[in-house]
Design a protein around this ligand. Structure first.
Ligand code: DQA
Length: 143
């Protein structure tokens, strides 16, 4: 069972800077992720929060809730949240960091991820497909 977490402002997908993030809404993205999970024969739970503390609590509780891995798009928290880094590092589940856009090709502040160092890896710039590849990795690694 894989937990998929999306961070701040990702609830605005579809309306938010569509030239960057595309026209797919969060609901459509989540439906797509569920369809990919079904293909990969893995169960997923999808959550989004605009609150750092909520994301931290979900990460802290994930193992106890029976998850075997986490796909995480920390959104802007990626670039400055040491609290999120600590939360990832403090728990044993593999975390794959995903970004819809290529953060390395945007504003300089986006090139740094403080959370990626606690993750097993990062996928950036592949749009919604990044979630699929992260799920496929975790499904295979944690089966
Ligand atoms: C993002 C990239 C972040 O820099 C940004 O703050 C986001 C979305 C992405 O998915 O491309 O909110 O994580």
């Amino acid at each position: 069972m894989i937990l998929v977490l999306n961070g701040p402002n990702l609830n605005l997908l579809g309306r938010r800077e569509p030239e960057l993030y595309g026209r797919m809404t969060l609901e459509e993205l989540e439906d797509q992720i569920e369809a990919w999970a079904a293909e990969l024969n893995v169960a997923v739970t999808l959550r989004q929060s605009n609150y750092e503390g909520q994301l931290i609590e979900w990460i802290q509780q994930a193992q106890g809730e029976g998850f075997s891995g986490i796909v995480l798009n920390p959104a802007a928290l990626t670039h400055y949240s040491y609290a999120l880094f600590d939360a990832i590092a403090a728990q044993p589940l593999p975390v794959v960091e995903v970004h819809l856009t290529n953060v390395h090709a945007r504003e300089p502040f986006r090139r740094q991820s403080v959370t990626a160092a606690a993750a097993v890896g990062q996928i950036a710039g592949l749009g919604p497909l990044g979630y699929r590849f992260a799920l496929a990795y975790l499904a295979e690694k944690t089966r």
